[in-house]
Ligand binder design. Structure first.
Ligand SMILES: Cc1cc2nc3c(=O)[nH]c(=O)nc-3n(C[C@H](O)[C@H](O)[C@H](O)COP(=O)(O)OP(=O)(O)OC[C@H]3O[C@@H](n4cnc5c(N)ncnc54)[C@H](O)[C@@H]3O)c2cc1C
Length: 490
C-alpha cells in the first residue's frame, strides 16, 4: 500500500536531516529516506574496534551561536549532544620565511584564542606588515551586509588586491579558501568569504561534537521520529514522481511513497538529471543545471595509531607554494603537482576521549583533489600526502597499526551520484564561486511545484556542514509556507 505524507525528504545529510527534523517538529507529517544504513551523509560518524571517527577530517565553524545550536534548541534536544570547542584545540603549521614548517608548541590547557586573528599571529608577520593585515581583517570583520552583497561578482583574490597584503596573510587566506570552501581563492566569491569570515570572527572555529561529528545529524534524525515522522534507511530513491508539473512522491525499492512536497538532499544535478529526469524541465533550466560547477574534492588517509602522536585536535599545514589557485591546480592536473601539499588533520579523540581505545589515536588526514570520481591521479596525491605526514609527524609511520585511503570516488559512492563527467566526489556541494553565490546562488525552489533542494547546493551559506544546516533551516521555512499555502487552497 502506498503511504502518504505532507513532505518527503530524500537524504539524511546535515541539510536533509535538519530540514526533516524541523518540518516534523512544526507538525508536518514527514518521511525521511536515506540510501545508506547510517545517517549524516558526508559527515557521518563510523565506529570500528573501539574507534569513533568520520571518514575524513571534519570540524565545524562557527563554534558558537551556530545553526547547529539553533536547530538543536528548536527541537529541544540540546541535551542529546555536546558541541565541543576545547581551548587550544587547533594549530596552523606554516612554512613561510623561515623555510621550514613551524610546529606549534604543545597546548597548555589554558584558554587559547582560536579566532582568526589569534591564528594569524602564528604566521610570523613583521612589525611593518601588521598594520595592513590589521586593516584588512578589521574591514572584513566590520563590513555591513549591504556592502558584502556588492561583492558577489568579485573573487576573494580580487578583493585582496585592494590591500598591500603580506604574503603570509595571502597564503593563509588561500589555504582558508581551499579548506573551508574547497575552491581556489581566485574563484571564491568575496561575498561568501567575508560573510563566513564574520561568523568565524564572532563565533570562533573548529567545533566538534561529543560522540563524533555525525552525532548531531543522528540527533536530528531522532527528532524526526520523536515528533511523529518516519525514517527509513537503506531506501534509495530511484525516482521522484512528477505529475501535471508538480511533485507527487518518490519510488524506492521499498515501495512508493506519496507527498505533494519532495525535498532533495541528493544534489541539484543528480536530482534534476537522474531522479526527476530532464524531460520534466525546460531546456534552459537543464542547461543551467548542467553548467553548475562543483567544489573540488578532498582525499586522503585514515591512520589508526597504537600510540598518541598528535597533541592537537586539528592541524592545517601549508606553505606559500602548496596553497592551490586555479593555475596551480591545472598544472597539477597536467602532471606537475607542487612539491608539498596542503595537509588537514583532525584527531577526534582529542575532543572526546571516548572516541579511541585508551592510549590509541585515529588521525584523519586530507588534501585537495579533483571532485571527479574517475580522476586518474589519486595515487599521486596519496603519495604526496603520505610524504607530508612522514615529514611533519615522523612517529606516525612507527605507530600505524592500519591505514585506509579514501578519494573522491569514495565520497561519491557514499553520497552524491556521479551523473556526468567531473562531478560526484565534490567535498562541499556546488562551488561557492563567483556566479554561484549570493543573489546568483541556485534557488532552493525547483521549477516544479512542490520540489525543493536542501543542503550545500542551495538555500544556505558558510562552511560545509554549517552551510548544509543553514540551508536546512531556510528550506524548512520555505516548505512550511508551501504546506500552509496548499492547506489554505485545497
Ligand atoms: C573529505 C571531506 C572533508 C570535509 N571536511 C569538512 C569540514 O572540516 N567541515 C565542514 O563543515 N564540512 C566538511 N566537509 C563538507 C561537508 O561534509 C559537506 O559539505 C556536508 O556534509 C554536505 O551536507 P549535505 O546535507 O549538503 O549533503 P550530503 O552530506 O552529501 O548528504 C546527502 C545525503 O543524501 C543521501 N542520498 C543521496 N542520493 C540519495 C538517493 N537517491 N536516495 C536516498 N538518499 C540519497 C546520501 O546518502 C547522503 O546521506 C568535508 C567533506 C569531505 C568529503
Amino acid at each position: 500500500m502506498e503511504e502518504t505524507y505532507d513532505a518527503i525528504v530524500v537524504g539524511s545529510g546535515f541539510g536533509g536531516s535538519a530540514c526533516a527534523a524541523l518540518l516534523s517538529k512544526r507538525g508536518l507529517k514527514t518521511l525521511l529516506l536515506e540510501k545508506n544504513a547510517a545517517v549524516g551523509g558526508k559527515a557521518m560518524t563510523m565506529s570500528k574496534e573501539g574507534f569513533g571517527y568520520e571518514l575524513w577530517p571534519i570540524v565545524g565553524a562557527p563554534s558558537l551561536d551556530s545553526q547547529f545550536h539553533a536547530v538543536l534548541k528548536e527541537l529541544d534536544m540540546e541535551d542529546e549532544v555536546e558541541l565541543l570547542t576545547p581551548p587550544g584545540i587547533g594549530a596552523l603549521v606554516y612554512k613561510g620565511r623561515s623555510g621550514r614548517y613551524e610546529m606549534p608548541p604543545s597546548p597548555t590547557g589554558e584558554q587559547e584564542d582560536d579566532g582568526p586573528l589569534a591564528l594569524i599571529q602564528q604566521l610570523g608577520l613583521t612589525e611593518e606588515e601588521l598594520p595592513e593585515a590589521g586593516r584588512l581583517f578589521a574591514d572584513m570583520t566590520s563590513m555591513p551586509a549591504e556592502e558584502i552583497e556588492k561583492l558577489d561578482n568579485i573573487t576573494l583574490a580580487e578583493f585582496l588586491s585592494r590591500y598591500e597584503v603580506p604574503q603570509p596573510i595571502y597564503s593563509y587566506l588561500a589555504m582558508w579558501s581551499n579548506i573551508v570552501f574547497v575552491v581556489p581563492i581566485d574563484l571564491l566569491a568575496a561575498s561568501e568569504a567575508i560573510r563566513t569570515h564574520q561568523d568565524f570572527a564572532k563565533g570562533g572555529a573548529m567545533r566538534y561534537s561529543s560522540g563524533g561529528y555525525g552525532r548531531v545529524a543522528e540527533v536530528f534524525v531522532q527528532g524526526v521520529e520523536r515528533f511523529g515522522g518516519r525514517v527509513i534507511t537503506k531506501a534509495r530513491v530511484e525516482r521522484i514522481i512528477v505529475g501535471e508539473g508538480a511533485a507527487a512522491g518518490v519510488v524506492t525499492e521499498q515501495g512508493i511513497f506519496r507527498a505533494p512536497i519532495v525535498v532533495s538532499n541528493a544534489g541539484i544535478q543528480p536530482t534534476v538529471l537522474r531522479m526527476v529526469g530532464e524531460q520534466h524541465f525546460d531546456k534552459t533550466y537543464v542547461s543551467y543545471v548542467k553548467g553548475l560547477i562543483p567544489s573540488w574534492g578532498i582525499m586522503g588517509v585514515r591512520y589508526f595509531l597504537s600510540q598518541p602522536v598528535f597533541d592537537r585536535g586539528v592541524y592545517l599545514a601549508f606553505s606559500d607554494d602548496s596553497v592551490m589557485d586555479t593555475e596551480r591546480f591545472l598544472k597539477a592536473k597536467a602532471g606537475e603537482p607542487p612539491e608539498d601539499v596542503i595537509t588537514f588533520v583532525v584527531v577526534p579523540s582529542l575532543y572526546d576521549d571516548s572516541l579511541a581505545p585508551e592510549g590509541k589515536q585515529c588521525a584523519l588526514v586530507g588534501t585537495i583533489c579533483s571532485p571527479d570520481p574517475d580522476a586518474p591521479d589519486a595515487e599521486m596525491w596519496w603519495g604526496k600526502l603520505e610524504e607530508m605526514v612522514d615529514k611533519l609527524w615522523p612517529d606516525v609511520e612507527r605507530y600505524t597499526e592500519s591505514k585506509e585511503r579514501y578519494s573522491s570516488h569514495h565520497v561519491s559512492t557514499l553520497t552524491r551520484d556521479h551523473v556526468f563527467p567531473g562531478q560526484g566526489g565534490e567535498c562541499i556541494g556546488l562551488a561557492q564561486i563567483v556566479g554561484q553565490c549570493g543573489s546568483q546562488k541556485p534557488s532552493a525552489r525547483a521549477p516544479i511545484r512542490g520540489l525543493f533542494y536542501v543542503g550545500c547546493d542551495a538555500g544556505g551559506y558558510g562552511c560545509g556542514t554549517h552551510q548544509a544546516v543553514d540551508s536546512g533551516v531556510n528550506v524548512a521555512a520555505l516548505v512550511e509556507r508551501e504546506h500552509q499555502t496548499r492547506a489554505s487552497m485545497f
